[in-house]
Design a protein around this ligand. Structure first.
Ligand code: P1T
Length: 379
């Protein structure tokens, strides 16, 4: 099956009881057993629920994976991956990451004796230089949040394998429509489903996808044992959202292309980050591993203080100033004080997350209205 057909049908079958074409919301915490252990495959909804299972199978299919697991947030999915580790283990990761990922690494798991190396993974050979017998995981975000670095997944997968480490790719910014890391050698794909997959800014959710059965069983153990799993209502909403993922992504990419072209020429913009530009340092890698360049764009305002940047951010009328991304509506974010506020200033500034950087999540509204909003806010 191809992408759009999978988005609409994968994991979903007419309900065996009523024939309902849409997967019902199985609003139940528990399931009847004929005698202990004799049941229809469902025991207790922390571990399994039919609405969630349909969603997990659908997301897995979109990532060309065999196994999918849904979580109550992207961070709950990340937490579950990190539980595969033990004290003394080391993780290699990028130098530009979602602030919450940086926070869980440094403020939660370092406390349990796990060491994180934040490196420039746009040079994959750097993994060799920093790996040792304790290196168990390589964690990659691509495109990165918010400076849109592109990391060569295939090259990093080879380096991770040589180091004896698992490769996890946070595919949130690309979505499965633009990029499938399992096909490029990743062991696990992670998503903040909250973003493009959900697509409507009405659900917080995460997901993990893998092709490796033993890894799936291990992840499932922590998923059920720890219990950061989503309920059936949210699972239903995301299943519904996914049905238009391919249509939404095409529109995000097209609007993204036009907004990027407009901003690149704007006199108030000092720097713009979007992997579709030929002069983006990793444009060739983006062309190789992505099907298009997406709707995420970051800009640095010319000669703007923090106050000036706040002032510009507050002028938008169609773009909403808010955390998050990937919804049908356009959003604007100030990473330094919002999504990346938990990263120390000197750490974030090293990779360009400066006080006058704004991040745009270009939605699927009419392009004329988006350009007009940018014109009035920047003017
Ligand atoms: O918000 P949550 O669903 O828990 O997902 C966390 C997460 C993980 N990975 C990436 C790349 C992300 O961007 C996020 C969440 N990011 C935002 C809320 C944001 O505005 O950047």
């Amino acid at each position: 099956m191809k992408f759009a057909t999978k988005a609409i049908h994968a994991g979903q079958h007419p309900d065996p009881t009523t024939g309902a074409v849409m997967t019902p919301i199985y609003q139940t915490s528990t399931y009847w057993q004929k005698s202990p252990g004799e049941h229809k495959g469902y025991e207790y909804s922390r571990g399994t629920n039919p609405t969630r299972k349909a969603l997990e199978d659908c997301i897995a299919a979109l990532e060309n994976g065999k196994y999918g697991l849904a979580f109550s947030s992207g961070m709950a999915a990340t937490d579950t991956v990190l539980r595969l580790l033990k004290p003394g283990d080391e993780v290699i990761t990028g130098n530009d990451l979602y602030g919450g990922s940086y926070r869980i690494f440094t403020k939660v798991f370092e406390k349990f004796g796990i060491r994180f190396h934040f490196l420039d993974l746009s040079k994959p050979s750097i993994i060799k230089e920093h790996s040792n017998a304790n290196t168990k995981l390589v964690w990659v975000e691509t495109p990165t949040n918010p400076t849109m670095q592109i990391i060569d997944i295939e090259a990093v997968a080879k380096e991770a394998k040589a180091a004896g480490a698992l490769l996890v790719v946070d595919n949130t910014f690309a979505s499965p429509y633009l990029q499938n890391p399992l096909d490029l050698g990743a062991d696990i794909v992670m998503h903040s489903v909250t973003k493009y997959i959900g697509g409507h800014s009405d659900v917080v959710m995460g997901a993990l996808i893998t092709n490796e059965e033993t890894l799936y069983k291990e992840l499932f153990f922590y998923y059920n044992a720890v219990g950061g799993t989503p309920g059936p209502q949210d699972s239903f909403l995301v299943l519904r959202g996914i049905k238009t993922l391919h249509l939404r992504m095409k529109a995000h990419c097209e609007n993204g292309r036009q907004v990027a072209a407009y901003l690149k020429k704007h006199p108030r913009i000092e720097k713009i980050y979007w992997p579709g530009f030929e002069d983006h340092p990793n444009h060739e890698v983006a062309k190789k591993q992505m099907r298009d360049f997406g709707g995420m764009i970051s800009i640095v305002l010319k000669d703007a203080s923090l106050q000036d940047t706040f002032e510009v951010a507050s002028r938008f009328k169609v773009f909403s100033l808010a955390e998050s991304l990937g919804g049908v509506e356009s959003l604007l974010n100030h990473p330094a004080t919002m999504t990346h506020g938990s990263i120390p200033k000197e750490v974030r500034e090293k990779v360009g997350v400066v006080d006058n950087l704004l991040r745009l999540s270009v939605g699927v509204e009419d392009i004329e209205d988006l350009l007009e909003d940018l014109e009035q806010a920047l003017g």
